[in-house]
Design a binder for this molecule. Structure first.
Ligand code: NAG
Ligand code: NAG
Ligand code: NAG
Ligand code: NAG
Ligand code: NAG
Length: 370
């Protein structure tokens, strides 16, 4: 059992992060990063406020697991992916005594690609990638370099990040636009994300599943700011983010050896499903807990609605999304079906030597956003 000490929110504290050994037979490992789309309980283990946690009713109401920290009425996309890949649910990296034989989940609800996004409350993508590096070193020590390298190369890396950076931009518009205009801000977020993907790649990762944000402006929470309409600025910046990230990932795949990616465009996935008239009437009401709400109406048929609370979708949508991802049969998923990553149909041949490319992130982003 190991101890890791870290600075968090200006407070120094120690966490026990390693319980189980790493024994892995044939399974492809699954590492998960980013925000509330992927957080299965990380924020339960850090000093965070209720706003960034979901370990209370009615979160989790649809599952026998109860309120686990998932910002949803039930399960999240990584849970369904694990099920389809014949893996157990992948535990939070911070869960004491968790078994990381099949992977670890570093995602922290509320986090962003920028370190300053909700930095007192959550673990940024930078911190999460740092935790992965510690775990990966442990894996190398336990399994030996060549076995560990192979597992790391064959593993799938799922990142969902960005929406909280943009929420912060909209909510702190006056302050943030003193420093950046919207386009510069999107370039900053995309370059930070690209830099973190590069760090994972430099550490041996080769199969990336990148979930691009939903349309922030059309979330029930943002619609409240625009009297029911989509909040245009928020829509614009998430749209621009998604365009730039798609160009960057496409370009990286041609430049970096064995760099494989799947894009899941949540904006494209969620939008047509909200327009279904039977689900549309709750576009700004919510089906369950509304963050910080004193009262709310819990609807009977939650999985028939897109949103469970002001920003977070229901288990029903998460399951549909995971199926679409796995099968690759929706226009929001490209260029591959996720099952090809897990079934090893994507070859990662160069596992025997380190590749350390000096990333010129600024140039990559400038090119993609021009
Ligand atoms: C972790 O899980 C693996 C696979 O199920 C198992 O072989 C191993 O014994 C477990 N480790 C611990 C410490 O429980
Ligand atoms: C990441 O964002 C920070 C601001 O949070 C900025 O200072 C830094 O230059 C960015 N890094 C990259 C690689 O863009
Ligand atoms: C959103 O983008 C459109 C077209 O790109 C532009 O005309 C409009 O002014 C933008 N609106 C806001 C609020 O940023
Ligand atoms: C709940 O939603 C499902 C899926 O849309 C639908 O088939 C079912 O009839 C609904 N049940 C009720 C009680 O509204
Ligand atoms: C995608 O494939 C799944 C599983 O075969 C199927 O249930 C689903 O209807 C398909 N979706 C589309 C849009 O074809």
């Amino acid at each position: 059992m190991g101890k890791v000490s870290m600075w968090f929110g200006g407070v120094f504290y120690a966490l026990i992060v390693w319980g189980g050994g790493v024994v892995n037979g044939e399974n492809v490992m699954f590492f998960i990063f980013g925000d509330e789309v992927n957080d299965v309980g990380t924020n339960n283990y850090i000093i965070s406020s209720k706003e960034f946690q979901a370990n209370y009713y009615p979160y989790g109401i649809e599952t026998s697991c109860g309120s686990t920290g998932r910002l949803c009425d039930g399960l999240l996309i990584p849970d369904y992916i694990a099920e389809f890949a014949n893996l157990p649910f992948i535990p939070p990296y911070l869960e004491p005594n968790a078994n990381f034989s099949y992977g670890a989940n570093f995602a922290s609800g509320g986090s962003g690609a920028l370190r300053e996004t909700n930095d007192e409350e959550v673990l940024s993508l930078r911190t999460q990638v740092g935790q992965f590096i510690l775990l990966q070193e442990k894996l190398r020590r336990e399994l030996g370099n060549s076995k560990a390298k192979k597992l790391i190369a064959e593993a799938v890396y799922f990142i969902s990040v960005g929406i909280n950076d943009y929420k912060a931009f909209v909510n702190q518009y006056e302050a943030r636009t003193q420093i950046y205009d919207a386009k510069e801000y999107v370039e900053l977020v995309t370059s930070n994300l690209t830099a973190e993907i590069q760090v994972l790649y430099d550490n041996g990762a080769k199969k990336f599943l990148v979930a691009l944000p939903k349309d922030l402006g059309c979330t029930p929470g943002m619609r409240q700011l625009a009297e029911g309409d989509c909040y245009k600025l928020a829509t614009n910046i998430t749209e621009l983010h998604n365009e730039i990230m798609e160009k960057i990932l496409t370009a990286q795949a041609t430049k970096l050896e064995d760099f494989n990616y799947i894009i899941f465009n949540q904006m494209e996935f969620v939008a047509p499903r909200i327009q279904d008239p039977t689900k549309y009437d709750r576009r700004w009401d919510t089906c369950g807990g509304k963050l910080n709400a004193e009262s709310y109406e819990l609807c009977i048929n939650r999985s028939a609605y897109v949103y469970f609370d002001a920003y977070h979708v229901s288990q029903g949508i998460n399951k549909q999304a995971a199926i679409a991802l796995w099968e690759g049969n929706d226009s929001s998923v490209k260029p591959l079906a996720l099952k090809e990553f897990f079934n090893r149909e994507v070859s990662v041949s160069h596992v025997s030597h380190e590749r350390k490319r000096k990333a010129k992130i600024a140039a990559i982003v400038e090119h993609a956003s021009s």
